[in-house]
Design a binder for this molecule. Structure first.
Ligand SMILES: CSCCC(=O)C(=O)COP(=O)(O)O
Ligand SMILES: [Zn+2]
Length: 205
């Protein structure tokens, strides 16, 4: 358990270093047991750039604290539960960035965005020359159980990503290394796409 705590703390430190937790946003989770399901999740409403012994709490398969604590689990714990109950993923990460919000707004009407012809797609385990990677975009339902239900409809593989419109992205992987790799690759693709779009607009006009 302590090992999992340290792994999640390390991921949290790295993502904080990228400034991916503005205004208390974001939540992270790492699985500690499957039968029954238990996982560490970030405490709700905190500045995730700060580090303390109260950063994470252990919760059960219904998102309730699995040990005595005054900490409140992330408001979006139900999304992490969708990941762990539908797949063999071991870690799930959720961040709000300007780039992932802009991409989600630009392509919401299509319901997804597809990337192809990018070397970094290999980070998703796709090695073919014409490989493509599609990220679904779902509406940002205020009701978290409803958001989690819609989100869950796009959770099929042990690693993946879903954009929530004008909210953020949730990625997951078999372990913390893979989840972070997916997240970094997604944000790279978003940033590249937006820069290219801006640059193309300037050179055409
Ligand atoms: C100001 S962020 C609004 C809530 C949110 O979307 C988020 O990611 C953080 O919520 P948490 O309860 O996990 O702190
Ligand atoms: Zn969020």
């Amino acid at each position: 358990m302590e090992q999992r705590w340290r792994e999640l703390a390390e991921v949290k430190r790295e993502l904080a270093g990228r400034d991916w937790f503005p205004a208390t946003s974001g939540n992270l989770a790492i699985k500690t047991g499957s039968e029954p399901l238990t996982f560490y999740v970030t405490a709700s409403g905190k500045d995730k750039r700060k580090e303390s012994s109260e950063d994470f709490l252990l919760v059960d398969g219904s998102g309730q604290p699995a040990e005595e604590t005054t900490l409140k689990p992330s408001a979006e714990t139900l999304l992490h539960i969708e990941v762990y109950t539908r797949t063999n993923a071991g870690c799930s990460l959720h961040v709000h960035t300007v780039d992932n919000n802009v991409i989600s707004e630009l392509y919401a009407h299509e319901g997804s965005i597809t990337f192809t012809g990018q070397e970094i797609i290999k980070a998703f385990g796709l090695w073919e020359e014409d490989a493509s990677f599609t990220i679904p975009i779902i509406p940002n339902h205020a009701d978290i159980p409803q958001l989690a239900r819609v989100f869950g409809q796009h959770v099929h593989e042990d690693a993946g990503a879903v954009l929530i419109r004008n909210h953020g992205i949730t990625v997951w992987g078999r372990d913390a290394f893979e989840a972070k790799k997916y997240l970094e690759a997604c944000e790279f693709l978003f940033s590249y796409h937006l820069k290219l779009k801006q640059f193309s607009a300037i050179t055409i006009n």
